[in-house]
Design a protein. Structure first.
Length: 107
């Protein structure tokens, strides 16, 4: 795991985590107004590198980064009908609606 970017700007802290020579990356965002909450965003694995466990490693790294920043709530947004929602559920996330927007929270 390599954190290629860590920045505090515009009332938020952002960490960009890269794995496997740039073939997989994820952003972890923590806003100053809610320092106990981390948002996992833009989890991406290059199409030629899928099904090689990169996504699992990336999600674990994002959760680890959030916990290292003392976040007690780790959330993400996704389409509840997509295959990725089921994948997140297998990794300990539970889905629910907030203001008509589907959100998943790490349990």
């Amino acid at each position: 795991m390599e954190i290629i970017h860590r920045n505090t700007w515009n009332n938020r802290k952002t960490s960009v985590i890269v794995l496997h020579e740039g073939y997989a990356l994820v952003k972890v965002i923590i806003y100053d107004e809610e320092p106990e909450t981390a948002i996992i965003s833009n989890l991406i694995v290059h199409p030629t590198k899928r099904n090689l466990n990169y996504g699992n490693e990336l999600l674990e790294a994002a959760i680890k980064e959030a916990k290292a920043n003392d976040c007690t709530d780790i959330i993400l947004h996704t389409n509840p009908k997509s295959w990725i929602a089921k994948w997140y559920e297998r990794h300990g996330f539970k889905g629910y609606y907030v203001n008509n927007k589907y959100e998943m929270k790490y349990a």
